[in-house]
Design a protein around this ligand. Sequence first.
Ligand SMILES: [Fe+2]
Ligand SMILES: [Fe+2]
Length: 201
Amino acid sequence: MLICSDKYNDEELRAVLRKKLDASRYEHSLGVAYTACSMFLSHGHGSTEELSRAYTAGLLHDCAKCLDDDKRDKYIKKYDIELSEMEKQHPYLIHAKLGAVLAREKYGVTDEEILSSIRWHTTGCRGMSFMEAVIFSADFIEPNRKQLSCYEEIRPLIFRDLDKAVYLILKHTLDHLNEKGQAIEEHTQEAYEYYRILMNE
Ligand SMILES: [Fe+2]
Ligand SMILES: [Fe+2]
């Protein structure tokens, strides 16, 4: 597998990430990378170049997830990252935005679509590109995740009808947040509305 990085080859990138992430997060990242490759293959994007992009995005999508608070705040300051109110109140959301910045600055990724896939992997957004939708979905259903009842319907769909899979993931997320009385991030709400309308067309 090739890595889309100006700085690391695959072996080096995996070695760096293994140090930066805890063991289960590293396994999850490999799971997302290989799930993303499977999705690319099943949707007819099977060239080595395309698979490398899927693999790189999957491997790096959580690259900012295991930072301690001080380090995270240092990077936010250093790269002048603007946080929404929601991100300030729910700091776990920050790793998506910060991850895209670190993928560029620290991991040598220049492919804009890989970076935007990292940016939107947690909340989703309206009208996601194929790759953004792949990383968003792969993050949700990769095999290391704790089993959810909705997987039975969603997992086969990611290979056949990606828009519907994205819609069902967003619906599941919103139902879950509403049930728990938790706030909903604005891009997640917008994404849900976008894919709900798409499903009704
Ligand atoms: Fe994440
Ligand atoms: Fe993840």
